[in-house]
Design a protein around this ligand. Structure first.
Ligand code: SAH
Length: 321
């Protein structure tokens, strides 16, 4: 999954109608704008520190462009840092956001100042591991090659003690997922927040584990595909266990919010008022603005979930009460 997604993202811009999938910031400017105002409000209530803006996996850079345009109106004009591995997408980001600094990973992010970190549909692109319950017990799921086909198989048995109590006796065929790569990155970010101040906002197709379920998914041309076919040419994702990320952040001394649906968050941040204002300003677009609002708030409203992390002593982030 690591190698397949690295190749996939390095070789194309997968977003939008002509690509493989569409994300919230590509649906409407309202998404990025509200996140920008969320950040500006938090920064303001934290006493307007000299903070940096960080986006992990910025895609085309649309979210940051919309966010910082809105945040600037509230006086928040931070320097921009992007964590992005794809050269194709770095070029897209440079078209929309001037003066950004790029990072291959989170280790080189600035030190000594608060960081406001945004990650939308980033952690779902990171590799997972799967454990499968067989008749004999739990085993790690491996990928085998049969002739020219990749297929999932039960591999090495794992000790039952590593399976959460509530799931140990799940029926044969049950699958549990973990994402050590996501936890490691989230922990590193949370450690920075705890030490330097700031916040993380992550929004993803998420659940609150532990839970059983096979969420590995491949998408190509806006349709589902077999994740084991054409590795590197499909978008591979898995749902994000936000409870595990929250617990990992708490271990680093950062403060996790409750997990809320994307719809509830956007409503609390004022999407209805923003949609009404945009429709008044551009009456010819009123219908499409209304449709975009419904997509963000209703269609994606509970499947996509948000988690915020703040530094100890920082104010509570808006929208998570
Ligand atoms: N956040 C954007 C794009 C989501 S697609 C949006 O909502 O539209 C996932 C993004 O994460 C892409 O920009 C991809 O290149 C980037 N990405 C994937 N794996 C990565 C990794 N290991 N390190 C850094 N960026 C990665």
């Amino acid at each position: 999954m690591t190698a397949a997604n690295a190749h996939y993202y390095a070789t194309r811009d997968p977003l939008g109608v002509g690509g493989d999938f569409t994300t919230a910031p590509e649906i409407s400017q309202m998404f990025g704008e509200l996140i920008g105002l969320w950040a500006a409000d938090l920064w303001d209530r934290a006493g307007r520190p000299d903070a940096a803006w960080v986006e992990c996996g910025p895609g085309r850079g649309t979210l940051t462009a919309d966010a910082l345009r809105a945040a600037a109106k509230a006086g928040f004009t931070p320097p921009v840092h992007f964590v992005e591995t794809s050269p194709v997408l770095r070029a897209e980001q440079a078209k929309r956001v001037g003066g950004a600094t790029w990072h291959d990973d989170v280790t080189t992010l600035p030190e000594g100042q608060p960081l406001i970190v945004i990650a939308n549909e980033f952690f779902d692109a990171l590799p997972i591991r799967q454990l499968v319950r067989t008749r004999e017990g739990w085993a790690e799921r491996f990928v085998a090659c049969q002739d020219t086909l990749f297929v999932p198989i039960a591999g090495k048995p794992v000790p039952p003690e590593i399976i959460p109590d509530t799931l140990r006796d799940a029926a044969p065929g049950s699958i549990i997922e973990t994402s050590p790569a996501s936890v490691a990155i989230f922990r590193a970010l949370a450690r920075r927040i705890a030490q330097q101040g700031g916040a993380i906002l992550t929004i993803d197709y998420g659940y609150e584990g532990p839970a059983v379920g096979d969420t590995l998914q491949a998408v190509r041309g806006h349709a589902f595909a077999n994740p084991f076919d054409h590795p590197g040419d499909n978008d591979l994702t898995a749902h994000v266990d936000l409870a595990t990320l929250a617990a990992a952040a708490a271990k680093e001394g950062a403060v996790p919010s409750p997990v809320v649906g994307q719809g509830a968050l956007l409503r609390a941040l004022g999407i209805d008022a923003r949609a009404a204002a945009l429709a008044r300003a551009t009456p010819e677009r009123a219908e499409s603005i209304a449709a975009d609002r419904i997509r963000l708030v209703e269609d994606m409203g509970t499947l996509f979930r948000a988690l915020a992390i703040t530094a100890p002593g920082w104010p509570q982030p808006a929208g998570f009460a």
